[in-house]
Design a protein around this ligand. Structure first.
Ligand SMILES: Nc1ncnc2c1ncn2[C@@H]1O[C@@H]2COP(=O)(O)O[C@H]3[C@@H](O)[C@H](n4cnc5c(N)ncnc54)O[C@@H]3COP(=O)(O)O[C@H]2[C@H]1O
Ligand SMILES: Nc1ncnc2c1ncn2[C@@H]1O[C@@H]2COP(=O)(O)O[C@H]3[C@@H](O)[C@H](n4cnc5c(N)ncnc54)O[C@@H]3COP(=O)(O)O[C@H]2[C@H]1O
Lengths: 141, 141
C-alpha cells in the first residue's frame, strides 16, 4: 500500500456529503440539539454558522454535563442554553483537494474530519470508518 | 504496506492493557456506571462479568436514554437500574494471537475491539486510534 495508490478521487467519493451530515447551528437551543443528536444516533456532530462554515462540534457528553448540572431535567431550561455555550471549538478540518495522508493523520485523534472548499464552506465529513474501510480494501488486493 | 509487515507483536504492544481500560460489571447500578463514564471521559466502555469475561459494552447514550425516560434525574432512581438492563451485548472480540488484518476489519464498524486470551479472559482493547497511528507510521516510511 503506497500513499500514491490512494487517490484524492477516493477522498471526495468517501466523504459523507454535507446533506447527509447531521449538524446543528451555533445559535440553536440545547433542547433542539439534543433532539438532533438522539434522532441521528451520533455521539458528536458538526456545528455550523449561518454561512454554513464549520464552528466546532457538539455531543451528547457536553449536553449530558449541562443536564447533570440541573436538579431536574426541564426541557424548558435546556431551551435557555445554546450550542455555542457548550460546543468544542476544536474540530479537525481539511480542504477537499488535500491528500488522503492528511485525512489519515487527522483521524488518529478525531473520529471525523470536516472537509471544506477553498472558501471554507462545509462540504462533508470523512469518518474513521471510511478511512479504515479503504485501507482494508487496499490491503486485501 | 503489506499485511505481513505488521506483526502480531505489534498487536499486544498496541493494545491498551486491561488495567488501563475503564470498565464496569454487569451487576453494577447505573449511577455507578454513569460516574465511571463521566470520570473516564469515554463514550462507551466494556462490561465484564465477575470472572472478568467480556459481556458487552455500555455508554453514555444508553444511560442518557434511561435518564430522559424519567421526569426528574434522581440518582436514587438510577440506583434501581443495572448495567445489564441497558448494555449492548454486541461488542467485537478477537484472540490475542489473531492477525492485525482481523483487528483492522473489526474496527471498520466499531471504535474498539476487545482482546481475549484462549480461555475468553479479558486482556485489553485495540482502539481505532492505535490502528490508524500504526498504519500512518508504516506509510510514512
Ligand atoms: N447509525 C449507525 N449505524 C451503523 N454504525 C454506526 C451508527 N452510528 C454510529 N455507528 C458506528 O459507531 C461509530 C462511532 O459513532 P459516533 O456517533 O460515536 O461517532 C461518529 C459521529 O460523531 C460522526 N458521524 C458519522 N456519521 C455522521 C453523520 N452522518 N452525521 C454527523 N456525524 C456523523 O463521526 C463519528 C465517527 O463515525 P464512524 O462511522 O467512523 O464510526 C461510527 C460507526 O462505526
Ligand atoms: N481522554 C482522552 N484524551 C485524548 N483523546 C481522547 C480522550 N478520550 C477520547 N479521545 C479521542 O476521542 C476518540 C473517541 O473516544 P470515545 O470515548 O468516543 O470512544 C473510545 C472509547 O469508547 C473506547 N476507549 C478508548 N480508550 C479506552 C479506555 N482506556 N478505557 C475504556 N474505553 C476506552 O474506545 C473508543 C475509541 O477510542 P480512540 O482512542 O480510538 O478514539 C478516541 C480518541 O481519539
Amino acid at each position: 500500500l503506497k500513499n500514491s495508490q490512494i487517490t484524492d478521487n477516493e477522498i471526495s467519493e468517501l466523504m459523507i456529503s454535507q446533506e447527509k451530515v447531521a449538524h446543528v447551528q451555533s445559535n440553536n437551543p440545547l433542547d433542539h440539539a439534543l433532539l438532533v443528536l438522539i434522532k441521528s444516533g451520533y455521539t458528536s456532530i458538526p456545528v455550523l454558522d449561518k454561512e454554513y462554515k464549520v464552528q466546532g462540534q457538539v455531543g451528547k457528553a457536553q449536553i449530558l454535563d449541562s443536564i447533570l448540572g440541573m436538579e431536574r431535567i426541564e426541557m424548558e431550561r435546556l431551551h435557555e442554553y445554546f450550542v455555542s455555550d457548550v460546543m468544542t471549538a476544536k474540530v479537525p478540518r481539511m480542504k477537499q483537494d488535500e491528500t488522503f495522508g492528511k485525512a489519515l493523520m487527522l483521524s488518529i485523534n478525531h473520529p471525523f474530519v470536516c472537509i471544506e472548499d477553498n472558501d471554507g464552506a462545509f462540504l462533508g465529513i470523512m469518518t474513521r470508518r471510511s478511512i479504515l474501510a479503504l485501507i482494508h480494501r487496499h490491503l486485501e488486493k
